[in-house]
Design a protein around this ligand. Structure first.
Ligand code: MF3
Ligand code: CO
Length: 290
């Protein structure tokens, strides 16, 4: 344990003396830790300058998704969507974070119907009337990361699938209401899981959300099947994603053996996901990317 003197500059980079800045905050964290709770490390707390830079990255991510929203329709291939994302992202001087990430071959994830996440765009995959698709965009601008995804309904979508998409969106909104200092990540996980189950759906357990901003995927890992009062404490400056994957049937998923990426439901039933990037603020939260 590194002890800093009360008169030294605060670890957060504010330039203030520790005792005038994060001293009381650290005392409070120690109290929670001593009571058996998971608490964030200082490196999970973004400085105001970092937050400003991440917001610039997020502006690009949002604009790219807006572009997709304007152009997506039946007859378009997921390869074309990949090209839009590459072209729009680079036009802003940014880099699509998925491209070459751990060997991922494309600039965006395109996940149709029973694909839960990490679908790989391809020229042979043409969007058809009645499809639901998740477009998951992630951007690197000046070294800062943003990450969000949206669902799109292609043409006439069945009432069943529409409801899945709407309930999943509501799960994210309900989860967001739980994001405030001194709540727990499990408070968010519980409301998301409860609402999904009330609607007869199951939340994917094996894949979660993550801290984001300075890296693509940072600590903490974020579960959406967790329990109120458990998991990591939320504190101002933490930034993470809310991105539950909600299945119409079983929560069980499998990864495609041939491509090593595509995640599908084992029962073949549809799955939906919306992803937002949120910052915990002094009095609640701020949505950074959507
Ligand atoms: N954007 C996804 C997420 O929400 C990650 C995709 S990783 C990739 O975490 F390599 F498939 F792009
Ligand atoms: Co994410």
């Amino acid at each position: 344990m590194h002890i800093i003197s009360r008169n030294s500059p605060c670890w957060c980079g504010s330039g203030l003396k520790y005792k005038k800045c994060h001293y009381d905050f650290d005392q409070k964290l120690a109290f929670y830790r001593n009571n058996g709770h998971l608490v964030p490390d200082h490196n999970m707390i973004k400085t105001p300058a970092q937050v400003a830079a991440i917001k610039e990255s997020a502006k690009v991510n949002i604009a790219v998704l807006d572009y997709v929203a304007e152009h997506i329709r039946a007859g378009v291939s997921t390869e074309e969507i990949d090209q839009w994302v590459y072209q729009e992202t680079t036009r802003y001087g940014a880099i699509p974070a998925p491209l070459n990430y751990e060997g991922f071959p494309k600039s965006v994830c395109t996940s149709v119907d029973n694909v839960v996440c990490h679908g790989i765009p391809s020229a042979g995959q043409i969007l058809r009337d009645g499809d639901i698709i998740n477009i998951d965009c992630s951007t690197i601008l000046n070294g800062y990361f943003s990450d969000s995804s949206r669902m799109f309904l292609i043409g006439n979508v069945s009432e069943e699938k529409r409801k899945l998409v709407e309930v999943t969106k509501k799960c994210v909104e309900l989860g967001l209401e739980q994001v405030k200092p001194w709540n727990f990540l499990g408070d968010m996980g519980q409301v998301i899981n409860d609402y999904a189950r009330q609607n007869g759906y199951q939340v994917v357990e094996d894949i979660g959300g993550h801290g984001v901003g300075l890296e693509f995927h940072e600590e903490p890992w974020v579960s959406y099947v967790s329990t109120k009062g458990t998991e990591m404490l939320m504190v101002p400056g933490m930034m993470f994603t809310i991105e539950p994957m909600i299945n119409m049937g079983t929560c069980e998923v499998t990864i495609d053996e041939r491509d090593g990426w595509t995640v599908r439901t084992t029962d073949g039933l549809p799955s939906a996901q919306w992803e937002i990037q949120v910052l915990v603020t002094e009095d609640g939260h701020e949505v950074i990317a959507y």
